[in-house]
Design a protein around this ligand. Structure first.
Ligand code: NIG
Length: 403
């Protein structure tokens, strides 16, 4: 079955050439894109969809979310808006509520959040454990997550539960808990921050998880300058996320991690992606991450929702893109790239000249997964020009029309 989507006013491919086509068309065959080009040259297909002069982008790739949770933290949010600062302690509130929720309800809640994200144009997403925080509940979260998300990250090292010795808990994260989640996860993450895990504990967790064959990610430099970025780069993590407080040497380390990478062809040695989480920055009243400075320094940047009940209760990637343009001084093209190709790079799912396009998400090119986002607007600029407007018109995920 093939579908011709024609009359696309602007097709922002986010491919290696950064092409933006006008008056374009795309043909989808099964799960894949089989043709893109000028609408006037489009081949016939089994069915045709008139895009009505709208703009098309790749579906959003959300590379950082925490969707496995129950409970409510409205009171904490209200207190923060009244002047209190964010502290990681609220994670325990969610841990208690999550543990007390049945498998059925936890699955239903998480599925609902995925559906919300997809209805807003997200077509590929990562999610984390991290609200179970014991062997049984981390394993359960990982198992459920593996049924609802494209990639799963083990975040047993999110917070040391009250009353537990930090070193003993770190041992648990590196030992029995890791073994229990291992069948369900591709990545491991650690909240490397004062009040969570220190540099030595974070290193221990990351090394054990790497030894177990997991890729690495780090929550770093969210609440103050610290060792997170340096550790992530040193251990070859795929991403370091938050990056609100960066010293000059952090930016340098991130930039040099990309020295073996050729962005023009998308090949070479991947470095550590700096993942900025603007919805979280606003919701915690932290300074917005310096995405402009990072891009100018040659760092690969991703934008992600960080959807979670404590610091960023939204899965709207469009909101992140809008904020990145209006407040973080990214161009529309740069912001959309960070929310598509950048997320794919952070999850090792980007297309390169020599990589298998079939595995690729986050860009529109022949052979790639047909993850497409049609806006109810003639250009992607409207994402910033009309902030807050519901601009998602249609979504295809792996060739299936979801909306
Ligand atoms: O990415 N920073 C750590 N983890 C989450 C927040 C978790 C919570 O407060 O529930 C984040 O912001």
């Amino acid at each position: 079955m093939s579908t011709l989507i024609t009359n696309i006013a602007e097709l922002m491919t986010q491919d290696l050439e950064h092409r933006v086509l006008r008056d374009a068309a795309v043909v989808v065959e099964g799960e894949r894109i089989s043709w893109i080009g000028a609408a006037a040259d489009a081949p016939p297909a089994d069915e045709a969809v008139d895009a009505g002069g709208r703009a098309m982008l790749p579906g959003w790739v959300d590379s950082h979310s925490h969707l496995l949770f129950a409970g409510d933290r409205t009171a904490e949010f209200e207190a923060r808006m009244a002047g209190e600062s964010y502290a990681a302690g609220g994670i325990a509130v969610t841990m208690n509520a999550t543990r007390a929720t049945s498998d059925f309800d936890l699955t239903r809640l998480a599925m609902g959040r995925v559906a919300e994200a997809v209805s807003q144009g997200t077509t590929y997403l990562e999610t984390k454990t991290g609200y179970g925080l014991d062997v049984e509940h981390e394993a359960r979260s990982a198992r459920i997550a593996s049924t609802i998300a494209d990639q799963v990250t083990y975040l047993g090292a999110h917070l040391v539960p009250a009353g537990q010795d930090p070193e003993e808990y770190t041992d648990l994260v590196c030992g029995p808990m890791l073994a229990a989640v291992r069948p369900y996860v591709q990545w491991a993450d650690v909240f490397c921050e004062e009040g969570a895990f220190n540099a030595e504990q974070s290193r221990r967790v990351l090394m054990a998880c790497r030894e177990a064959g997991l890729g690495l990610r780090v929550h770093g430099n969210q609440l103050g300058e610290g060792p997170g970025v340096e550790l992530a780069v040193e251990l070859g993590a795929a991403s370091v996320d938050h990056v609100n407080y960066l010293a000059a040497q952090d930016v340098k380390a991130l930039a040099s991690s990309w020295s073996g990478w050729d962005p023009a062809v998308g090949t070479g040695e991947r470095g550590t992606v700096a993942t900025c989480l603007p919805a979280c920055d606003l919701s915690t009243r932290q300074p917005l991450a310096s995405a402009r400075e990072l891009l100018d320094a040659g760092v690969q940047v991703a934008l992600a929702s960080n959807c979670n009940p404590g610091t960023s209760y939204t899965s709207s990637m469009a909101f992140c893109v809008t904020t990145a343009v209006l407040q973080m001084r990214l161009s529309v093209h740069e912001a959309v790239r960070a929310a598509t190709y950048g997320g794919a790079l952070a999850l090792h799912k980007e297309a390169g000249r020599d990589t298998d396009g079939e595995r690729a998400v986050g860009s529109i090119a022949v052979g790639h997964r047909a993850d497409l986002h049609l806006l109810n607007a003639p250009s992607a600029t409207h994402l910033a020009y009309r902030p807050g407007m519901p601009l998602t018109y249609a979504v295809w995920r792996a060739g299936v029309r979801e909306r």
